[in-house]
Design a protein around this ligand. Structure first.
Ligand code: G3H
Length: 528
């Protein structure tokens, strides 16, 4: 697919044997088995995966120790962290973030090797995460300011704040191993919960440069980071019934399997970002140039490994020739290479079996009547398969039904928009849609319907999560709960309050509490 390029000196991979895990404020050294972490990027001319390092392969015993540490830190709602003043929690998080910034290069280096994300996308992911933390802190201050007063109704004073939910088990995906994980961890921690975090299989080493900082900054047991297989360490934690929130970005199969292990389902809160198959709809009056640009980026940024990627394109019959000739040309022009290579757009797939999976989807579609429309579509190498633009795709094909999460672009044609509306309504997925067109009399009824089928209608642009202040959620199989800077703080907390009848006896107590400032809940000072 491309000539072998020796690895530039700055990006050479020196395997990182990571030996510790974080439990109860201690970095414990592991003496048991280790999991080796391989990159599908080759360091040698004759292809071979590269060893990037290893991480502890923990088991049930350490998982339950992590749970115990998180439970002790929460202290049945009386732990230091859960009862701490907002300003103190913010101070800790700010200190953590300052230190985290010093690890940018290390994290990015591992991100490129472990998951093959381009250097510019890796930089973006790190910087976006830092910005997310600062935005969350600002939002939290606002929340705190808005709750620093009493309300009165029917002779009752109420001091209402948001309180933590308890113990959070957090699992993130490999495609945004830093950003998606932190978009869960940060609001969960800031709201006073205690957390157990298990990083994904790919993109696991890149969290290790941050372990020491987590240990230094947070009180013991507030954040626990464990390594291993989900089945072996997340399952026993869930089985205890002591987890209050399952926060998971991944697929519904793992989410359901874990929920099912919890013996008290009504106690378990869920915050889930799951699979999606966002469609693009190209209407006959669309600006073709614009639609092509957005669809190429939307479908193939990070090789299509984004939950928000455009995973099926509906093109109106009247413009299909023009759209597809430009689209296929643009896809074939996307440069493939290693993540640090200049201007590279397509990179090695981190999952070794992904090229074959995509090949199977292509073969199934070809057998059922589709064609590969672009010259390079389906070209294989050891760690990649070039994106095939497949058309016409029909509902009986696997590529129509499954979330491909990789480089293949199914295209479907339509004459009547009603057919598309029906298909989106009947789909299992419900995250976002991209709508390309101009005529408001066509757009208006479509928008009015689509907003009730998905949770974001992107007008003449690709689907995406950002800016992170906007709500990120989905209907049907695509999500449970909403994540944005604003919503996540609310998803990881609950409204709780002190009520007091308006009489001299109670009022004196309240006044004294406010005067002395000795309660961390009943007080009226706030952080600016
Ligand atoms: O995989 C899901 C990511 O949250 C998508 O984020 O749309 O900003 O690439 P993005």
């Amino acid at each position: 697919m491309s000539e072998f390029q020796p690895i530039p000196k700055a990006y050479i991979c020196n395997p990182l044997q990571h030996k510790t895990y974080l439990i109860n404020g201690e970095l414990r050294e592991w003496t048991g088995a280790y999991d080796e972490v391989y990159s599908t990027i080759s360091s040698t001319e004759v292809y071979a995966p590269t060893l990037v390092g290893s991480v502890p392969h923990l088991d049930k015993e350490q998982a339950l120790e992590a749970l115990e540490a998180a439970a002790n830190a929460f202290g049945k709602g009386n732990g230091l962290w859960a009862t701490m003043r907002v300003r103190d929690r913010i101070e800790i998080l700010e200190r953590f973030t300052e230190k985290m910034k010093t690890k940018r290069d290390e994290v990015m280096h591992l991100m490129m090797w472990e998951i093959g994300k381009t250097i510019s996308e890796s930089q973006k992911e790190f910087d976006r995460t830092i910005e997310y933390i600062y935005d969350t802190i600002e939002e939290y201050k606002k929340l705190d300011r808005d709750s620093a007063h009493f309300q009165k109704r029917d002779g009752v004073y109420a001091h209402i704040r948001r309180g933590p939910l308890g113990i959070v088990l957090c699992l993130g995906p490999y495609n945004y191993p830093l950003n998606e994980a932190f978009a869960l961890l940060i609001p969960a921690l800031l709201m006073g919960n205690t957390v157990i975090y298990k990083p994904p299989k790919y993109g696991v080493l890149l969290i290790t440069p941050l372990l020491e900082i987590f240990k230094e900054c947070f009180p013991k047991g507030v954040i626990n980071i464990i390594f291993g297989r989900g089945r072996e360490i997340a399952t026993p934690i869930m089985e205890t019934g002591r987890v209050d929130v399952l926060a998971l970005i991944g697929n519904s199969r793992s989410a359901i399997a874990l929920q099912d292990k919890h013996p008290h389902k009504n106690r378990l809160r869920l915050i889930l970002g799951l699979e999606a198959k966002n469609p693009a709809i190209i209407l006959p009056d669309a600006d073709i140039e614009l639609a092509v640009n957005e669809c190429v980026t939307g479908a193939l940024t990070f090789n299509g490994q984004r939950c928000t990627a455009l995973k099926i394109i509906y093109v109106h019959n009247a413009i299909k020739e023009e759209f597809l000739s430009k689209f296929t040309e643009r896809v074939d022009a996307l440069p493939f290479g290693n993540p640090w290579e200049l201007n590279v757009k397509l990179t090695p797939l981190p999952e070794p079996d992904k090229p074959q999976y995509i090949q199977d989807l292509i073969d199934d579609a070809l057998n059922k009547g589709a064609k590969i429309l672009n010259k390079k579509g389906g070209e294989r190498s050891e760690n990649f398969i070039f994106p095939a633009v497949l058309a016409p795709v029909t509902p009986d094909m696997r590529v129509y039904q499954e979330e491909q999460f990789g480089p293949v672009v199914p295209v479907r044609f339509f004459s009547d928009i009603e057919e598309v509306r029906q298909e989106i309504a009947d789909s299992h997925y419900g995250q976002q849609v991209s709508l390309f067109g101009k005529d408001i009399y066509t757009l208006a009824p479509l928008i009015d319907n689509l907003v009730n089928l998905v949770c974001r209608v992107n007008l003449n642009s690709l689907c995406q999560r950002g800016p992170d202040v906007f709500p990120f959620t989905g209907r049907k199989d695509s999500a449970v709960g909403t994540l944005s800077v604003y919503d996540a703080l609310r998803s990881f907390s609950i409204r709780t309050f002190v009520a007091s009848k308006d009489n001299p006896y109670n009022n004196e107590i309240l006044e004294n509490l406010l005067k002395t400032g000795i309660s961390n809940f009943v007080h009226n000072d706030y952080v600016l």
